[in-house]
Design a protein around this ligand. Structure first.
Ligand code: ZN
Length: 292
């Protein structure tokens, strides 16, 4: 089954008078959504008690949680202090995920900054490898999900992320379609552009793991020089990528896992829109197949 949900809390959630993320799972359930990405991007500030509470409310409402790790992580750094800090950020996020009963932690692997990209990638690979080994020693079942990135000066092209996922079977790629579109100067235009991505994933990771994807979607503004500039809402149709072709691929390749809307302020409402496009295509396909 494919689950849809928001990253963080929509503006309308607060406008309706809600104050705490603890109110999110029933709110999302009422919208028929099935996933919620809890954001620790500015640091892990969630205490164990609140995390446990949110986790059990999510389970009661049948909402699957994932956690986005802090943006400060940089496994590509040459600075050993930075690597140590990055490990602590991951360990803190993994601990929070365990309290939340979430099994996925989404990670931006790092940036080469001014260093050579290949060397930076190799450092990121080595440090992520060691991180995964440490998580195994702890006995954590949480799956690290390295993300495809939108800025040119970040480690996280599709190839890099898939290669990193070969470190260990527990790793799942986070495919951010807005990011891939932005970093490649608006590359996602036709259905074939999306198909190529799924072919790549399934070829590299195999059918079983390849279909358990974690995905992010938003419309995105970018510059030719730097890539990602700004996330927009689903209704800002002047910005790509469009979701329709992606939804067709999700149906045709029978992708499971999670689609998280990362649009600007309207994440939950947009997740509902994505889910209804996907469901319509799926129903239409079933109807067509039955009537051949
Ligand atoms: Zn991210």
């Amino acid at each position: 089954m494919l689950l849809f949900g928001p990253s963080g809390n929509s503006e309308i959630f607060y406008q309706q008078g809600h104050k705490s993320s603890l109110e999110m799972p029933p709110w999302l359930r009422a919208m028929n959504l099935g996933a919620y990405e809890y954001s620790c991007t500015r640091g892990v500030r969630l205490g164990p008690e609140t995390a446990k509470k949110l986790g059990s409310i999510a389970v009661e409402n049948n909402i699957k949680l994932s956690v986005h790790a802090p943006y400060f992580i940089n496994f590509a750094s040459i600075d050993p202090e930075m690597i140590k800090k990055s490990e602590t950020y991951i360990l803190d996020t993994v601990a929070a995920a365990e309290h939340l009963q979430a099994d996925r932690v989404i990670v931006h692997v790092g940036s080469p900054s001014k260093a050579d990209r290949e060397e930076a990638y190799n450092r990121a690979y080595k440090n992520l490898y060691e991180m995964v080994e440490k998580l195994k020693v702890i006995g954590s079942k949480v799956r690290i999900c390295p993300e495809t990135m939108g800025k040119k000066n970040q480690i996280g092209s599709l190839d890099e992320v898939l290669q990193l996922c070969l470190i260990d079977d527990s790793l799942i790629p986070t495919i951010d379609f807005g990011h891939l579109h932005a970093v490649n100067n608006g590359s996602l235009q036709k259905k074939d552009d999306f198909k190529r991505i799924f072919e790549c994933i399934l070829n590299k990771l195999g059918d079983k793991r390849g279909k358990l994807l974690h995905m992010h979607y938003s419309r995105i503004e970018y510059t030719e020089k730097g890539g990602e500039k700004k996330h927009w809402t689903f209704d800002d149709r002047q910005f790509g990528p469009d979701f329709e072709f992606l939804a067709e691929c999700l149906v045709e390749y029978k992708i499971q896992g999670t689609v998280i809307a990362e649009t600007a302020g309207t994440m939950a409402e947009d997740a509902v829109k994505l889910m209804s496009i996907y469901n319509k295509i799926k129903e239409h396909r079933l109807f067509t197949l039955e009537n051949i």
